[in-house]
Write a protein that binds this ligand. Sequence first.
Ligand code: GLU
Length: 469
Amino acid sequence: MTTENVKTRFAPSPTGYLHLGNVRTALFNALLARHGQGRFLLRIEDTDRERSRPEYTAALLEDLRWLGLDWEEGPEVTGTHGPYAQSERTAIYADYYQRLEDADCVYPCFCTPAELALSRKAQLAAGRPPRYAGACSRLSEAERQARFARGLPATLRFRVPTGRTVAFTDLIRGLQQMASDDIGDFVIRRADGSPQFFFANAVDDALMAVSYVLRGEDHLTNTPRQLLLLEALELPAPRYGHLSLIVGSDGGPLSKRESALSLRELRTVGYWPEALLNYLARLGHSYERDVWMTPTELAAGFNLERLGRAPARYDEAQLLHWQSEAVQHASQERLWDWMGPATHEWVPAEYQEAFVATVRPNVRFPADAAFWAERLFGAEMTVSADSRAVIEQAGSGFFGHALVAYAAHGTDYQGLIDELKRRTGLKGKALFMPLRAALTGETHGPELARILALLPPAVAGRRLQTAGC
Ligand code: GLU
């Protein structure tokens, strides 16, 4: 790929919150731009007046920024190709409708939804693919004027040239071809005057000088229409790449639970942006090395040739893996902040740093940190059933020795263990597990030496004592 003039874009419709699927599209476009030292543009496709909502736009900008997918051109940043919301580009579109009218490439269509549905049904019944049958394309000027005079609402349809093959080389899927005769004349302006997707999207890519478009495979059949439109307008076309869709863990469509994962929800449970980036950048794209990468490294290693054609399978275990990696890579301060009030309220200020270092390997979400904070610093300790059994098995004699060893060695873990070994004749699991169970109420968790160092002496002593009773 040449590194000149790479400009990519993300063009979401603000009809809901960002979810994993569209975030991945945004990410691939951002990575492609950054890889080529290019520009990443954000455009808000809010032509659907009913479903677009300003609060979704605001959420979208915030979510993209939270992920670190800042755009060089688009809303709230400078750029010379604005405005960047389609609802503010009406005058620009009017000009391009006019050009198409002047070139006789469009015509008004008065067909009602009911008439269109009927025609569709008839074509399907006859075993033909449904497409616009062309009723209004044959109206004379006088007939058109008469309908306008009666106040009939009209859409504007693009007249698809006949007998052509529309071909383009998809960046991911290679050569794609479609016979223009298989494309019915399509609407580019709705009866309410708002632009249809095909039109606004293609015109804006051209006017905003977008050179690469990575978008979902569901748009693959739209591309020939858009290429015809751009050709009629004598506007340049970007290079398109259609990303394979994300499927659920069972290979079927993403389940409700999986697809319901909006970025906001993931953020609320404590996912790190870096975890999502590392996961999504590998969902349908492969890197040479499967190691944790910074956003800069993700961009450096991004390669169009490594985008897969097969459906990308959502795998929660992978996402969790990158989440753990994110926790391991986070700075002490960020980790502490992220742990939040449920942890902060338990951990005394002087133990903060030691606490973070102790639980870091065992924490994936703030709730895990809160669990350990309460376990280590809470007055009352819950003891799991497993731990109870281990404690009982060890017996009061064991804890008697443990108390003596603790009194003698305190937080000197090795000293304590050596002494306990000597006194009980035990080693390995039989030695460590009762200690862990008594001190934390769990049979798994952070390193015992660190826990011992972290527990206030009075608390550790009391717990050993309680276990011995
Ligand atoms: N607004 C369109 C969507 O969200 C954009 C499609 C495209 O990327 O071209 O599906």
